[in-house]
Ligand binder design. Structure first.
Ligand code: URA
Length: 433
C-alpha cells in the first residue's frame, strides 16, 4: 500500500468512532485505501459504517471520506471538450423520469451533459432501466464513445463504469445489507465521490423529501443538500440543490416504458405540469451554473430543439427513437366509486405497486419488466366523477396484481370539494447554493 499498510489498526479506528471521537485525515485515507484493497475486512467496515451512522461525522471528516473515495479509482476529465459541462443528480423518487427530458434540453444550449446513471433498486426506478425499454438502446459506453457523443450530440446518459470511486461501490453494497444506508455523511460522500470523480464542471442536486423519498423529513433532506453542496463547491464544482416534494408521484406514469413515453411528450411540448415545472427549473439551474442564466428553456421545448437532441442521443446509443415501446399483456384499472375531488395520492405505495408489478427489482441481479408499471389518470386536486378510471396497473404476469393492489389500498382518497388537498406543499420547496 502506498500510504503504509500498517500505519493504523482498523479496530482502533472503529473504537474511536464508536466512542464519538473525530477521525483524522490520515486515518480516513488509510481506512478507505485499506478497505478498497481488502486489508480491512467487510465486517470491520460494517462496524465502522454503523459507528458513523450512530455518531455522525464532522464536515471535515465527510470531506476527507469523499476525497479518499475519489482517490480509490479513476477520474474523468472533460477539459478538452471545448464546452462547459453540467450534470444533475436526483436522490430518487416515484415517477422521477426528469433526467430523460432534462439531458437533451440542457444539451440543446451547447452545454455538455455527462449523465452517468444507475439502475433501480427497490421502489425508486433507475434511469438506465427506463431507457432500456427503447429497442436497441445500450447503456454501456467506453470512455471514448462517451466523449465522442458529448462532442457530437452534446449529451449522454450511460452506465457509470465501476472504475469511478470503487470504494463507494464496495461500501454502498455493504451499507445496503447492514442497515446503514440512511446516514447523511455516508449518503453525501457516496453521491459526491461519484459526481466529483465524473469530472463535471457544474452539478445540480435534486434532493427529495416526503413519502416517496429516501429521506422523508425535509430537515434531513436540507441537511443532506447543504452537506453535498459544500462538498461540491470545496472540490471546485459549481454546485446547487433544489429541495423537491416527493409526497405525490411525479407525473402520471411510474415504471419504465410508460415513463419514456411521458418524457417524449414533454420533449414534444406537452406532458404533465409537474414534470414540466421540475424539468424547466432544473434546466435553468444547470444552465445558470454553466454560465447561461438567461437561456430560454421553455422555447427549446416548444420549438423541438430539445427533441432533436433526444433523438440524436438515442440513435447514437443504438436505439430507435421511432420504435414502438413495449406494452404489457395484462392490465387492471381501478375506477372511482363516488364523485368528488382526489384529495390524497401517496407516492410511496404507488412506487411499491409499480415495483411489485415487475417494473423494479428486489436484488441487483434481477431483470425488470419494461412494460410493467402504473398509469395514473388523475392527480390530487382533480375533480372526479363516479365510474371514471383512477389508475391502471400493467404487467406481463397477472399473478402480480394482488400484491400491487394491496400496496395502494388506502393510498388514495376521493373527498368533498371543501376538503384540503394533501400534497405536502409546493413541488419545489427551496434552493440551496
Ligand atoms: N445513492 C448513492 O449513490 N449513495 C447513497 O448512499 C444513497 C443513494
Amino acid at each position: 500500500m502506498s500510504r503504509g499498510a500498517r500505519q493504523f489498526d482498523a479496530v482502533d479506528l472503529i473504537r474511536s468512532k464508536r466512542d464519538g471521537e473525530e477521525l483524522t485525515t490520515p486515518q480516513i485515507d488509510w481506512l478507505v485505501e485499506a478497505y478498497t484493497r481488502g486489508f480491512v475486512g467487510d465486517e470491520q467496515m460494517a462496524a465502522m459504517a454503523m459507528a458513523i451512522f450512530l455518531n455522525g461525522m464532522t464536515r471535515r471528516e465527510v470531506k476527507d471520506l469523499t476525497m479518499a473515495m475519489i482517490a480509490s479509482g479513476e477520474t474523468m476529465d472533460f477539459g478538452d471538450l471545448g464546452k462547459p459541462t453540467s450534470d444533475k443528480h436526483s436522490t430518487g423518487g416515484v415517477g422521477d423520469k426528469i433526467t430523460l427530458p432534462l439531458m437533451p434540453l440542457v444539451a440543446s444550449f451547447g452545454v455538455a451533459v455527462p449523465q452517468l446513471s444507475g439502475r433501480g433498486l427497490g421502489h425508486t426506478g433507475g434511469t438506465l432501466d427506463k431507457l432500456e425499454s427503447i429497442p436497441g438502446w445500450r447503456a454501456n459506453l467506453t470512455p471514448s464513445e462517451m466523449i465522442a457523443q458529448l462532442r457530437d450530440v452534446g449529451g449522454v446518459i450511460c452506465a457509470a463504469g465501476s472504475g469511478l470511486a470503487p470504494a463507494d461501490g464496495k461500501l454502498y453494497a455493504l451499507r445496503d445489507i447492514t442497515g446503514t444506508v440512511e446516514s447523511i455523511p455516508l449518503i453525501a460522500s457516496s453521491i459526491m465521490s461519484k459526481k466529483i470523480a465524473e469530472g463535471t464542471g457544474a452539478l445540480v442536486l435534486d434532493v427529495k423529501f416526503g413519502s416517496g423519498a429516501f429521506l422523508k423529513d425535509i430537515r434531513q433532506s436540507r441537511q443532506l443538500a447543504e452537506t453535498m453542496v459544500a462538498l461540491g463547491q470545496d472540490a471546485g464544482v459549481a454546485t446547487s440543490a433544489l429541495l423537491t416534494n416527493m409526497n405525490v408521484p411525479l407525473g402520471l406514469t411510474i415504471g419504465n416504458a410508460n415513463e419514456v413515453r411521458e418524457s417524449v411528450e414533454v420533449l414534444a411540448g406537452g406532458g404533465p405540469a409537474d414534470v414540466i415545472e421540475l424539468t424547466v427549473a432544473l434546466a435553468r439551474e444547470m444552465l445558470t451554473l454553466a454560465g447561461q442564466p438567461d437561456a430560454d428553456v421553455e422555447a427549446a421545448l416548444a420549438d423541438g430543439r430539445a427533441m432533436d437532441t433526444w433523438r440524436a442521443a438515442i440513435r447514437a446509443q443504438g436505439g430507435d427513437p421511432d420504435a414502438a415501446l413495449p406494452i404489457a399483456t395484462e392490465t387492471h384499472t381501478v375506477y372511482a366509486d363516488r364523485d368528488g375531488i382526489l384529495v390524497h395520492q401517496d407516492a410511496l405505495p404507488f412506487g411499491i405497486a409499480a415495483w411489485r408489478l415487475g417494473a423494479g427489482r428486489a436484488r441487483k441481479q434481477d431483470p425488470v419488466q419494461h412494460a410493467a408499471g402504473v398509469d395514473l389518470h388523475a392527480k390530487p386536486g382533480d375533480a372526479i366523477q363516479a365510474g371514471q378510471p383512477l389508475f391502471t396497473l400493467s404487467t406481463d404476469e397477472p399473478g402480480r396484481f394482488e400484491r400491487a393492489l394491496e400496496s395502494v389500498d388506502g393510498a388514495w382518497r376521493i373527498g368533498d370539494p371543501a376538503e384540503p388537498v394533501q400534497t405536502g406543499g409546493p413541488l419545489i420547496a427551496e434552493r440551496i447554493a
